[in-house]
Design a protein around this ligand. Structure first.
Ligand code: CU
Ligand code: ZN
Length: 209
C-alpha cells in the first residue's frame, strides 16, 4: 500500500475516533420574553448555563428577571429548539421516555421536568438602612418592592448534554404559574403541571462540537 494512503487512513481513523468521543460538557441559553410576532421587540430575561461536570449531574445555573414577583414559575426543557408564537413553537415537555409529567425528584417524570424557579421580592433602600443601622431612630419605614428576579441553581440527574436525554438544541421555558409537579388530580397536571402560559424561552446551544 502507498505509505501516503496509509497515513491518510490512519489520520482519518484518529479523527473519527476523536469525534465519536467528544463529549459536550457545557451549554447555555439566553431566555427571551415570549413574543407573538416577529415585529415584537426582543427582550432578554436572562441566561442559563448547563454544565456536565461528570459527577452524573447537570448543574443548571443563572438568573431570570421580569417574572411575577414572589412565587413559583414552572421551568422545563421543551422538545424543540424554536421560540416563535409565544414560545408555543418549542412544543411539549421533552419526554423521550413517554412518561407522565412529574417533579424533578420523581421517577415518573419527563426528562424536561425541572420543577419551579422562585421569583423574589426585593426590599427597597429604606429597609436596607434598617438592616445596616439596626433600629435607627426615627425608625425608617419598610417598603416592599416587587422585583421578580429568580436565581437558578439546580442539579439534575436526568437531563443530559449527551446521549438520548440530551437537551442540546432544545428549549428552556419559564411559565407564568407554578408547576404542580403532576400532583393535582387533573389531566393537565399529569401533562404540563398546569403551569399556564409561557413567559419566556431560549434555545439551549453549545460552542462544542
Ligand atoms: Cu414548560
Ligand atoms: Zn413535564
Amino acid at each position: 500500500m502507498d505509505p501516503r494512503l496509509l497515513l491518510f487512513l490512519s489520520l482519518t481513523t484518529l479523527l473519527l475516533a476523536h469525534t465519536a468521543h467528544a463529549k459536550v460538557t457545557k451549554a447555555s441559553a439566553t431566555v427571551y420574553k415570549a413574543v407573538s410576532s416577529e415585529s415584537d421587540s426582543v427582550v432578554a430575561m436572562g441566561s442559563i448555563e448547563f454544565v456536565d461536570d461528570s459527577s452524573g449531574q447537570v448543574h443548571i445555573s443563572g438568573r431570570l428577571t421580569g417574572l411575577q414577583p414572589e412565587g413559583n414559575h414552572g421551568f422545563h426543557v421543551h422538545e424543540l429548539g424554536a421560540l416563535f408564537n409565544n414560545c408555543m413553537a418549542a412544543g411539549s415537555h421533552f419526554n423521550p421516555g413517554g412518561k407522565q409529567h412529574g417533579g424533578p425528584k420523581d421517577s415518573e417524570r419527563h426528562v424536561g421536568d425541572l420543577g419551579n424557579v422562585v421569583a423574589d421580592v426585593s426590599l427597597s433602600g429604606t429597609h436596607f438602612l434598617n438592616r445596616v443601622f439596626k433600629n435607627p431612630h426615627p425608625p425608617q419605614p419598610y417598603s416592599l418592592q416587587a422585583s421578580g428576579n429568580a436565581v437558578i441553581d439546580i442539579s439534575d440527574t436526568i437531563v443530559a448534554l449527551n446521549g438520548p436525554n440530551s437537551i442540546v438544541g432544545r428549549s428552556i421555558v419559564v411559565h407564568e404559574k407554578p408547576d404542580d409537579l403532576g400532583k393535582a388530580d387533573t389531566a393537565d397536571s399529569k401533562k404540563t403541571g398546569s403551569a399556564g402560559k409561557r413567559l419566556g424561552c431560549g434555545i439551549i446551544g453549545t460552542d462544542q462540537h
